[in-house]
Design a protein around this ligand. Structure first.
Ligand code: GDP
Ligand code: MG
Length: 169
């Protein structure tokens, strides 16, 4: 059996890096320049009889004033509708208006699917206790099914994301 996992988040939080790490190969372009990925990129992870299709879903943060943006947003939202699990990636160092926008879209699309918050780039945070206030803030924003500190570059907790993804099928 198979299912889809949508990786969402504003530009530059590490969605493409996470997808690459999960799949163990470079299928998605990562860049310091925000918004390099404007289309959806997917990769398939196979585990015995189970197959998970991961979709790197950019564009959910975009304001819908312009027609082209509404179109991109609709493409992103349609992956959400089909997802068994949503991985909402944020940067452990900052919470911005764009993150808030993505979260609002997740609310809108909510129909009972699980949403996991992945707080990325924790390798940048030397004093791990400084993450606690951020974690508390996140818990007040949405009843996430799980909150995981991760490092897409170092591979921290990536296995856990894979497990949650397989379990969501
Ligand atoms: P996307 O726009 O969300 O797809 O973000 P990218 O995957 O392109 O990553 C944006 C930048 O953040 C790149 O320079 C990555 O190398 C960097 N980055 C991604 N994940 C991590 C991480 O876990 N730790 C650190 N330190 N940098 C990361
Ligand atoms: Mg990307």
């Amino acid at each position: 059996y198979c299912g889809m996992v949508a990786i969402v988040g504003r530009p530059n939080v590490g969605k493409s890096t996470l997808l690459n790490k999960i799949l163990g190969q470079k299928v998605s372009i990562t860049s310091k320049k925000p918004q390099t990925t404007r289309h959806r990129i997917m990769g398939i992870h196979t585990d015995g009889p189970k197959q998970v299709v991961f979709i790197d879903t950019p564009g959910l943060h975009i304001e819908e004033r312009r027609a082209i943006n509404r179109l991109m947003n609709r493409a992103a939202s349609s992956s959400l509708a089909d997802a068994a699990l949503v991985v909402f990636v944020v940067d452990g160092m900052s919470w911005t208006a764009d993150d808030e926008m993505v979260l609002k879209k997740l609310h809108h699309n909510d129909d009972g699917r699980k949403i996991v918050l992945a707080i990325n780039k924790v390798d940048n945070i030397k004093d791990k206790e400084s993450l606690f206030p951020y974690l508390e803030l996140m818990a007040t924003k949405f009843p996430f099914d799980d909150i995981l500190p991760i490092s897409a570059t170092q591979g921290t907790n990536i296995q856990r994301i894979l497990e949650l993804s397989l379990n969501a099928l």
